[in-house]
Each structure stands twice: as C-alpha cells, then as structure tokens.
Design a protein around this ligand. Structure first.
Ligand SMILES: C[S@@+](CC[C@H](N)C(=O)[O-])C[C@H]1O[C@@H](n2cnc3c(N)ncnc32)[C@H](O)[C@@H]1O
Length: 177
C-alpha cells in the first residue's frame, strides 16, 4: 500500500485478486478510489467480502484482460506472477502494461529470496520446496519480476522487501508517460 500511494479518485485494478486481500486493504484507505478485482477463479471471488459502493470483482483471465487500453491509473498484482507458468508471464505483464494509462503505476508482490542476511537461507529453502512440490507449494516459488517488467516496457521506480510473513519483493513500476 505504501508503494502504491493511491490518490483521490484513482481507478485501480487488482489482478489475481483471490479472496480480495488487496481490495480489503485499499478499502481501508481514506481516498475515494474506484477499485476492480479480477481472478480466473469464481470460487476465490465468492469469498471476497462486501466492498465499497461502486467497487466490483469479475472472473477474468490475466492473459487477456477485458478492459480497454489505458483504463486504469494503477494496477496491483499480489502473489500472482509466481503462480503463472514462465511462458505466461510475459503475456500477463504485457496486459498489465496495456490496461494502464501512460504514466500509470503497477505494484507487484512476489515471494523472493533476500539477496543477503539470515533470511536468505529460509527464502532458498521455501523456493526449493515450491519447485519440488509445485502442486502443494507452488505459490511459494521465488520470482524476481524485474526482468519481465522491464522487457515489457515498464520502468522500475522502487523496490521494497517485506520480511514479515512471506519473504516478499514488492516492486513499483511505471508505464512510461
Ligand atoms: C496466491 S493467490 C493470491 C491472491 C491475492 N492476490 C492475495 O494476495 O491474497 C493467486 C491468485 O491468482 C489467480 N490466478 C492465477 N492465474 C490467473 C490468471 N491467469 N488470471 C487470473 N487470475 C489468476 C488464482 O486464481 C489465485 O486466486
């Protein structure tokens, strides 16, 4: 939320919204936002709590988002990219770019292995577990999204490590103006 730094009146899309955790956090924000969540799983969306008036969720595939070019000021994708196949990541990142207006912001959150420090070992162990048992633990796969974001045309504006809960890398990227 700190990296996103949402502003009054912004249109925000949360991709891979799941049970709506990001939407829940956005709804606590005092700004008057307009947020939409999409997920390919209707079962996950059924667990999204009541949202502020005008907010909505819908079933959609991140590989082909049902929104026009530049429809959003900001897009979030929390713990989505690492559950995709490596071959799907470029197409999804391209869709995240497409639906952002020029100058719009993207925040991604992915499990990651810290570059140094005592938690590096833990991050590596979780990543190995995810790769050995993808069906049960695939969501813990470490993924640095920066190369894919830059390749799609995003500019990386900031990165933040979250070492509470999942070891995660939060990336703020911009669609060039
Ligand atoms: C690990 S969950 C993260 C949920 C939520 N963003 C969070 O942080 O709690 C990943 C979500 O991505 C969704 N997902 C996976 N592939 C998708 C795709 N191609 N299009 C849309 N959603 C997808 C899954 O259904 C799942 O709800």
């Amino acid at each position: 939320m700190a990296l996103l730094a949402s502003r009054d009146g912004e249109r925000i899309l949360d991709v891979g919204t799941g049970t709506g955790e990001v939407l829940r956090q956005l709804a606590r924000h005092p700004d008057r936002l307009q947020a939409t969540g999409v997920d390919q799983s209707a079962a996950m969306l059924a667990r999204v709590p009541d949202l502020p008036p005008g907010w909505s969720v819908r079933v959609a595939d991140a590989r082909s988002l049902p929104f026009s070019d530049g429809a959003f000021d900001a897009v979030t994708a929390a713990y989505l990219l690492q559950v995709l196949s490596d071959t799907d990541i470029p197409g999804v990142v391209g869709e995240l770019l497409r639906v952002l207006r020029p100058g719009g912001r993207l925040v991604t959150v992915t499990p990651s292995i810290p570059p140094r420090g005592p938690l590096r070992l833990l991050g590596s162990a979780l990543d190995q577990l995810a790769r050995r048992h993808p069906r049960s633990y695939g969501g813990l796969r470490a993924l640095n999204p920066r190369p894919a974001l830059e390749q799609a045309g995003f500019e990386i504006a900031a990165v933040h490590w979250s070492l509470r809960g999942y070891l995660s890398l939060c990336v703020l990227a911009r669609r060039p103006a």
